[in-house]
Design a protein around this ligand. Structure first.
Ligand code: HEC
Length: 101
């Protein structure tokens, strides 16, 4: 009886761990084309302060807006903004994979 209760608790725990893992995976979907230059810019230049937002989580219009906000934030924090080539690569990557189309 006791043993069975413990087993059930273990089963519940295992189920919860699985759900938590699924939740985490759902919150940060992997980047598409992870080896592409655009994904690299996003992963390297945009992940210092918060998690990396996957391109498919926003429309391209929202991305344009967020990029301008981040540009202002970089300036405010005295951080160097992306080099022109980096920014172009990132914008092309975001446009290719943005959601809501
Ligand atoms: C200096 C730290 C810093 C860096 C570097 C940074 N961000 Fe941010 N970002 C923030 C902060 C702080 C917020 C939340 C406050 C806000 O929304 O103004 C934010 C918010 C965002 C949001 C909005 C998230 C939401 O749910 O509303 C997006 C999208 C985003 N950042 C994308 C980027 C991208 C793309 C880059 C790279 C070009 C980047 N960030 C680099 C600090 C940073």
């Amino acid at each position: 009886m006791r043993l069975r209760a413990r087993c059930r608790a273990a089963a519940v725990l295992a189920a919860c761990a699985g759900a938590a893992a699924a939740l985490v995976a759902g919150c940060s979907p992997g980047l598409p084309e992870p080896d592409s230059p655009g994904a690299q810019v996003l992963a390297v230049r945009c992940a210092g302060c918060h998690r990396t937002y996957a391109p498919q989580t926003m429309t391209i219009a929202m991305w344009e807006y967020q990029l301008e906000r981040m540009r202002a934030l970089y300036a405010q924090q005295g951080l160097p903004w992306l080099a022109p080539a980096e920014e172009r690569t990132l914008r092309e990557y975001l446009a290719r994979h943005a959601g809501g189309r």
